[in-house]
Design a binder for this molecule. Structure first.
Ligand code: FAQ
Length: 310
């Protein structure tokens, strides 16, 4: 009976046994995972755009080759995640279309522009750094295909974070102009990166249920705090600062305290009114339309192969 299936599912969650694609699961669990994994996949592919903007202008051939590899990895992450979402019974084309129509979200961070080369280093260091903190926790998510995709993704994100830090280290040791560019990039990205972890725990509608289902293992605020604790020593090592007068070490709690996030900005960006929302969706719609001939060609080729085989 349904009650027995539910009990079996609850027992597995309690015992930390992962839920697999063919296992029975409550419909709300399935829908919540399609939502989160789908948004995560969209973030990976939209996230290629801000960095791709600098591929043709990377300062050296080495930086260009490294950045090209990173952007390509993001496409791969999108593919693992779309595949993980498909194991839940949704169609990839359907959720992709929802993203193109603005009906499904992707991470707010990719709606900010990349104005100069320092932004690319800062994205690798801070954006991938934040992504790792969030995704390491997701390696223990209760849904097996999602958790396993996260393991490989985290390994690649570590390389991304290191390449970003290496690029910002070079700038931090450079001319006064380079240092100023780096500080400016940090000033623009710092708060948006903190917003990647989502709304505060008191304002996060999905958190309680997702934590009960062990999809999320830590709350949005816990992960945000962990990121700040990891990152402030790196900022100091670079001789740079965060644009936050309230940022300070708190001996009693053993954490860095930081100022209040401008939640209205996060809500505006999530609603589609960030600086680059329109541009990002336009770029993805154009790529989809201009790639139609490739999809048609691939389908025609597959059909021809099938008819020859028969
Ligand atoms: N942006 O109740 P909650 C990367 C939405 S890293 C946009 O707290 P939840 C790597 C949320 O979806 C970035 N929307 O939701 C890379 C929900 O909307 P809904 C991607 C946000 O799910 C680096 C509503 O607000 N990583 O791509 C944001 O429990 C460089 C209420 O929020 C992931 O997606 C936001 N920042 O917690 C690639 C990680 N925050 O669905 C290229 C997986 C919240 O009700 C270059 N996702 N919302 O319409 C998660 O861990 C979770 O979904 C959270 C949000 C923590 C993002």
């Amino acid at each position: 009976t349904d009650a027995q299936y539910q009990q079996h599912f609850d027992d597995k969650i309690a015992a930390d046994i992962s839920i697999e694609a063919k296992d029975w699961m409550p419909d709300a669990y399935r829908q919540n995972l399609i939502r989160q994994i789908g948004q995560h996949a969209h973030s990976e592919v939209v996230g290629m755009l801000p960095e791709a903007n600098w591929l043709t202008r990377a300062p050296t051939l080495r930086r260009k080759a490294v950045l090209l590899a990173k952007v390509q990895d993001e496409a791969g992450h999108g593919l693992y995640l779309y595949s993980a979402a498909e194991t839940l019974g949704c169609s990839r084309q359907d959720i992709y279309q929802k993203m193109l129509d603005g009906k499904m979200k992707y991470s707010s961070i990719f709606n900010y522009p990349t104005l100069n080369w320092a932004d690319i280093g800062v994205i690798g260091w801070l954006v991938d750094g934040a992504a790792i903190v969030n995704q390491v926790a997701l390696c223990r998510a209760s849904y097996g295909p999602y958790a396993r995709a996260m393991v490989k993704i985290c390994k690649e994100e570590s390389f991304h974070q290191r390449q970003g830090y290496e690029a910002v280290m070079a700038m931090a040791k450079g001319s006064e102009q380079q240092k100023a560019m780096l500080q400016d990039a940090i000033n623009r990205f710092w708060w948006p990166v903190l917003m990647m972890f989502g709304p505060s725990d008191t304002d996060s509608p999905h958190s309680a249920q997702s934590m009960a289902w062990k999809i999320k293992r830590h709350s949005n605020d816990e992960l945000r705090q962990k990121f700040v604790d990891n990152t402030v020593p790196q900022l100091e090592a670079l001789g740079m600062s965060a644009p936050d007068a309230d940022l300070a070490w708190d001996e009693a709690s053993g954490h860095y305290r930081f100022g209040e996030i401008d939640w209205s900005e996060l809500h505006e960006v999530i609603k589609g009114r960030g600086q680059c929302n329109h541009e990002r969706l336009q770029a993805k719609r154009r790529a989809w339309d201009e790639g139609a001939w490739v999809r048609e060609g691939a389908l025609a080729h597959a059909a021809k192969n099938t008819s020859t085989a028969a």
